[in-house]
Design a protein around this ligand. Structure first.
Ligand code: 5GP
Length: 176
């Protein structure tokens, strides 16, 4: 285990299994449709890549990069740093997130994307911290509910480190 982690919360095997289940669910729900996955960078990069490898549909993949966090706090003020390459007008869209915490970021992003007139838009998030919610968000596809702890790995960072870990772990308090 990485020396700065206090525990492994979700193992690689648990992630692999759950991602396949989510991909199967999406493949069934969107049978015969053409969908656009929007990955929210950078945290989504491993989750999105494992997810789409297991989805049996015609898919487009696009990315956005936003900034919402100052240090460890969600501010609710979201800046779009990188926007979509293609229009989502009339398309079935799934926004892929690493984690929904207060919900402020995804809420803001959904509002912004809905003005671009997608046919449908849903959220797929690997992790969900239900106890931290400040606004109501409908997460149709969710990987794991986790407690209110700062987690890293499988795409999630602390100061840009730990994204490459194949599992999700909790950082030791003294590191944060
Ligand atoms: P929200 O606006 O829902 O509070 O925050 C969502 C964003 O905050 C996520 O996309 C992620 O970048 C960051 N975030 C929230 N909780 C955690 C966490 O436990 N670990 C890490 N690494 N990032 C988090």
């Amino acid at each position: 285990m990485h020396k700065n982690l206090s525990e492994i919360l979700i193992t690689k095997e648990q992630i692999d299994k759950r991602v396949k289940e989510l991909a199967a669910e999406i493949s069934l729900d969107y049978q015969g449709k053409d969908i656009v996955f929007i990955g929210v960078l950078k945290g989504c990069f491993l989750f999105l890549s494992d997810l789409v490898k297991n989805v049996r549909l015609n898919t487009n993949i696009d990315f956005m990069m936003i900034s919402s966090y100052e240090g460890k706090q969600s501010t609710g003020i979201v800046r779009i740093l990188l926007d979509l390459k293609n229009s989502i007008d009339g398309r079935d869209v799934i926004v892929v997130e690493d984690i929904v915490d207060t919900g402020l970021t995804i809420n803001y992003l959904l509002k912004a994307l809905k003005t671009r007139k997608p046919k449908s838009i849903e959220v797929c998030s690997l992790l969900n911290k239900p106890t931290c919610r400040k606004v109501n968000v409908n997460i149709k596809y969710r990987g794991f509910d986790i407690p209110d702890k700062f987690v890293v790995g499988y795409g999630l960072d602390y100061n840009e480190y730990y994204r490459n870990l194949p599992y999700v772990g909790v950082l030791k308090d003294e590191v944060i």
